[in-house]
Design a protein around this ligand. Structure first.
Ligand SMILES: Cc1cc2nc3c(=O)[nH]c(=O)nc-3n(C[C@H](O)[C@H](O)[C@H](O)COP(=O)(O)O)c2cc1C
Length: 215
């Protein structure tokens, strides 16, 4: 991965509709995505990976009127991932996380696993009743998963573009997402850039003096 190139380029907004990510590259990217860590290993996500014309058209048609201009970006992308997050943390979800950790042998012994489960429940209760931000907390995990996936895409030579320009109500409805206990957080379009539409101007970011405090 060439960090200098990533640092100095604009995010690709327009994709070359004739180029498709190979299945091998896609599977590598999804394997990486799956490995991304989340706080307390809560794993609050489900991902809809759209590659068919039908799937991408359904998403493009349901972005909401205000965001219709994002439709073209999705249609020309090779793949778009709808990143959804659990609306809450029901007991059955926690049980699934713990059962998988036990099967995978995450901890060297059962005492440590049980201690971990106690601490996880305590932390989730803190989000539910003290900070009252459970969904927001989980969506932060989704963004981190997305950021890591963007970096992995760069490593694989794939352009990744996050999209917040969509109406979650219409997207959720089109893909029956709320029925699963999730809601759409963000979209991630993947593909190869339309070079003719790619800005070659300098990127604009605040100076280091404004960003960093060293102590
Ligand atoms: C989380 C996130 C969501 C974004 N959503 C959209 C979007 O819906 N539509 C769009 O055209 N650009 C979107 N962008 C692109 C940003 O507007 C763009 O990256 C930013 O203005 C910086 O510009 P640059 O990448 O050209 O430096 C998004 C970027 C991020 C990081």
């Amino acid at each position: 991965m060439d960090l200098d190139t990533i640092m100095n380029k604009h995010l690709s907004r327009y994709f070359d509709g004739s180029k498709t990510i190979t299945e091998e590259t896609l599977q590598k990217l999804l394997k990486f995505l799956r490995s991304a860590p989340t706080s307390t290993n809560i794993q609050p996500n489900h991902f809809y990976v759209l590659s068919t014309r039908e799937g991408k058209e359904k998403l493009a048609a349901n972005l909401g009127e205000r965001f219709a201009d994002n439709g073209e970006k999705i249609l020309n992308a090779s793949h778009t991932i709808i990143m959804t997050t659990r609306a809450d943390v029901p007991e059955h979800h926690l049980e699934s996380v713990f059962a998988k950790e036990r099967v995978d042998g995450r901890f060297p012994d059962l005492t440590k696993q049980e201690r971990w489960e106690y601490m996880t429940r305590d932390f989730v209760n803190l989000r539910n009743y003290t900070y009252k931000d459970t969904h927001h907390w989980m969506e932060k995990q989704t963004y981190m998963v997305m950021g890591l996936t963007m970096m992995a895409a760069a490593e694989l030579g794939v352009e990744a573009m996050p999209l917040e320009g969509f109406d979650p109500v219409t997207v959720d409805k089109a893909f029956n997402i709320r029925e699963t206990g999730h809601t759409t957080t963000v979209l991630l379009a993947l593909g190869y850039p339309d070079e003719a539409k790619q800005y070659k101007t300098p990127v604009s970011r605040f100076e280091p003096e404004r960003l960093f405090t060293f102590a």
